[in-house]
Write a protein that binds this ligand. Structure first.
Ligand SMILES: [Zn+2]
Length: 349
């Protein structure tokens, strides 16, 4: 979990290293950027660097503090991550996990009153800081205004907009950026020993987020769902009404698996699929395909489908995604989508 484990957030790492070198470690940092680009890994890497017994431009990863921090057992490095059941203090019984309640921030303030137990510096990491409600925010603000010595707060958020401006102004802003697909692809092959063809597909699915690619790489369930979807979409063009209605029902059932609702991500995949058909129709360039493992199928289908078809499908899938965001019943949204398939735009002259 050291800086070397963070992929392509060099600017942020440089900032942290320089702060340590200059002896000017801040009391509060706000890491902003999309989820899945390594924000939490970066926060932990900084916590490690600050407490490592043998730091050398990076944490050693092997000393006792380094190991404890990675395993979540360092008394001076505390993480609040309500989405992953990590709390400063056991939450109330009826807690549902949407907001960061004030009792968590109160627990932080009580704990922060003591100096570091073992390490050089206490580090409090607050993931999804935008989930703080107004009272939590105001409570945190009090300690940010008069931070105790040898303490660093690291807030992690999608953007600064959802936070109180008074909190933002107390923090040093650190931006984490989306990764390019080729950076993700290389990281998958070099660091996770992913097979090259698969790395190509995963990096395209990742939408700039390495974390998302890794989620897919680790999940046979997701990869199988992708295969089924890419088999289903061409079949729907030929299937009759009943086939399409059945497919909508089956897909909704399949996507409510143990990893939560996969449907929105599968619809993203559907968009990429039609985008590949469009790309092939226009350019016939294999290097530009996302679903490179399906190149021959894409080439064949692109020849069969009409000019307007891929574009029309992309619009229809985007409309279905929007319906899901507005909480339209998933089965209804899919039925509407699939019933639009095989209609006029698909007909070849
Ligand atoms: Zn170390």
């Amino acid at each position: 979990m050291a800086f070397r484990d963070v992929v392509n957030q060099d600017h942020a790492i440089l900032l942290f290293r320089s702060a340590v070198r200059a002896g000017k470690v801040g009391h509060a940092y706000l890491l902003v950027g999309p989820s899945g680009v390594g924000r939490r890994t970066l926060a932990l890497a900084f916590a490690q660097f600050l407490n490592c017994e043998r730091p050398d431009g990076d944490a050693c990863g092997e000393c006792d503090p380094c190991r404890r921090i990675v395993s979540g057992n360092h008394p001076d490095v505390r993480i609040l991550d309500v989405a992953h059941d990590k709390f400063f203090e056991a939450p109330e019984k009826d807690y549902r996990g949407k907001e960061i309640p004030i009792d968590q921030i109160r627990a932080l303030r009580a704990d922060a009153a003591y100096p570091p137990y073992q390490g050089r510096r206490k580090v409090y990491i607050i993931a999804d800081a935008e989930r703080m409600n107004p009272s939590s925010s105001n409570s945190l603000l009090k300690i940010l205004e008069e931070p105790p010595a040898r303490i660093t707060f690291i807030l992690v958020a999608e953007s600064a907009v959802a936070l109180l401006p008074t909190i933002v102004s107390r923090c040093q802003l650190v931006r984490c950026t989306y990764l390019r697909a080729d950076q993700i692809e290389r990281a998958l092959v070099e660091r996770w020993q992913t097979d090259e063809a698969r790395a190509r597909v995963l990096s395209s699915l990742a939408d700039g987020r390495l974390g998302r690619a890794l989620e897919w790489a680790d999940s046979e369930e997701r990869l199988a769902a992708r295969d089924r979807l890419l088999d289903l979409l061409p079949a729907l063009e030929e299937g009759d009404l009943l086939v399409r209605l059945d497919a909508a029902e089956a897909l909704v059932k399949q996507t409510q698996g143990k990893e939560g609702d996969l449907l929105p991500e599968l619809l993203d995949l559907a968009v990429l699929w039609y985008r590949d058909l469009l790309v092939w129709k226009q350019l016939q360039e294999p290097a530009l395909l996302v679903n490179r493992d399906r190149q021959s199928q894409i080439a064949r289908l692109a020849g069969e489908y009409g000019e307007a078809m891929p574009g029309a499908r992309i619009e229809a899938v985007e409309a279905a995604k929007e319906s899901l965001r507005r909480n339209v019943n998933a089965r209804l949204a899919l039925e509407k989508l699939f019933l639009s398939f095989g209609a006029a735009p698909a007909a070849t002259p």
